[in-house]
Design a protein around this ligand. Structure first.
Ligand code: FAD
Length: 413
């Protein structure tokens, strides 16, 4: 990389920004993270970390930190909304770990963010820095912040979430689209639900116009839930707000008692408007690029938004490491990532329809397919998501596959 390492500014200290900074630091770049909030923080809710993400986090040295609080679910259990009948039950943690080599975890988001932050030198993370603008010059980007500070850097990475200022600066103002779904989220002390004898599984209950997900987090001390309902409009200014337990229970009238008891046991709930965006045709211009929700915001119905943000960071670092021509490296990065994240954006949107089918012929057809297993959207069909190693670029992946193929054919590699 020459004498002076390339300087990189990552805007946004969420899961995507911190992972990218960690990967870039490991690759030898002079990276700094700028976060608008006064401290790094995550919402008080759970997150599923699938093997494609845990593979990269383990490689960064976080295996112990993930294992300390992460919960490995026995199975992915899809159930019918009213009688709780099993629609699909697919083995999860052990089966995925045996197949892909890395665990599937369910975690508290704050634990994941803290694990990442603990490994980044404090001198590299600047809170209270809200990006207000950037100007591209021939060989650098000048970045300005609301606190009056500025920086000149070799690469600017927008990891600033769904309402990204960097994306707006690159491609102009646009609005994320309201997906017609809102999510009530909450966590409940597991002790309060002991009488339900909940299995350590990820359970998803499918019903007309809505669904409900729950799983253990924080060393099984907490149960996380996400209750998603369809709603025509989002009229509040904020996209997240304190919600009422009574409203959430009202929306789940007639649902299985287990669902209602979990909601009813929460002290508080937050309601989120769920927005997404159609896939962007490109993520980079010159020395500026995007990652995470800034690049590919999606409905959470594949549990892959943060996992893809984690993958982005690994691929970005590898592209910049392999190619010293920054603009070419950034084009390569988006070329490596776009098809995969676009596919997941589309599948996530498609799951809204599939999860929320009204009772009737289409629902019965879906349930028959679930019982048979093997569809692209069941866990059996998701090998392409879990086996992906985002630190391997396509060319290297092809080379590796060729050498495996040659070895299998008994030819020298
Ligand atoms: P963010 O987490 O939004 O972080 C962006 C950061 O940038 C923030 O810290 C923000 O303060 C900062 N920022 C914004 N603007 C500026 C600025 N101008 N200057 C400086 N800083 C700025 N994903 C999964 O992988 N698994 C799951 O199980 C899962 N479940 C989900 C459930 C729900 C209900 C929802 C809504 C999402 C879920 N997701 C899940 C998706 C996941 O939460 C997101 O994809 C992920 O958090 C995106 O991370 P990010 O770092 O790109 O953005």
């Amino acid at each position: 990389m020459g004498d002076k390492p390339l300087s990189v500014a990552v805007i946004g200290g969420g899961i995507g920004g911190l992972t990218a900074a960690f990967c870039l630091l490991r690759a030898g770049f002079d990276v700094h993270v700028y976060e608008q909030a006064g401290r790094l923080s995550e919402v008080g809710a759970g997150i599923q970390v699938s093997p494609n993400a845990s593979r990269l986090l383990h490689r960064l040295g976080l295996a112990d930190a993930l294992a300390a609080t992460g919960v490995k679910p026995l199975a992915w259990h899809q159930r019918r909304w009213d009688d709780g009948r099993t629609l699909l039950r697919a083995p999860l943690a052990e089966a995925l770990e045996a197949t892909y080599g890395f665990p599937h975890y369910q975690m508290h988001r704050a634990d994941l963010l803290a694990a990442l932050a603990a490994e980044l030198p404090a001198s590299r993370v600047h809170t209270g820095h809200r990006l207000t603008g950037f100007t591209a010059r021939a060989d650098a980007i000048s970045v300005t912040f609301a606190n009056g500070r500025s920086a000149d850097v070799g690469v600017l990475v927008g990891a600033d979430g769904i309402h990204s200022a960097v994306r707006q600066g690159l491609f102009g103002a646009d609005r994320a689209r309201f997906t017609g779904c809102v999510a009530y989220r909450g966590v409940v002390p597991a002790d309060r639900l002991r009488h339900l004898e909940l299995e350590v599984t990820a359970q998803i209950w499918l019903g007309p116009g809505q669904h409900f997900v729950h799983y253990f987090i924080s060393g099984k001390r907490l149960v996380n839930f996400v209750a998603v309902i369809e709603q025509d409009r989002w009229t509040r200014e904020s996209w997240t707000d304190r919600g009422s337990i009574a409203d959430a229970l009202g929306a789940y009238q007639g649902w299985h008692p287990q669902v209602r008891e979990i909601i009813g046991a929460a002290d508080e709930t937050y309601v989120w408007a769920l927005f997404d965006r159609p896939p962007l045709p490109r993520w980079s211009a010159g020395r500026v690029t995007l990652l995470g929700d800034a690049a590919h915001a999606m409905l959470p119905f594949m549990a892959q938004g943060a996992a893809q943000a984690i993958e982005d960071g690994a691929t970005l670092a590898e592209c910049l490491r392999q190619d010293r021509a920054v603009e070419a490296a950034l084009r390569r990065y988006e070329g490596e990532r776009l098809a995969r994240t676009s596919r997941l954006q589309e599948m996530s949107a498609g799951n809204k329809t599939r999860f929320h089918l009204p009772d009737g012929p289409a629902q019965r057809d879906r349930d028959r397919q679930l019982a048979a297993g093997g569809q692209a959207w069941s866990f059996n069909g998701l090998g392409w998501v879990y086996e992906h190693d985002a630190a391997l670029l396509n060319r290297d992946r092809d080379d590796q596959q060729m050498s495996i193929g040659s070895a299998a054919n008994g030819r020298p590699t």
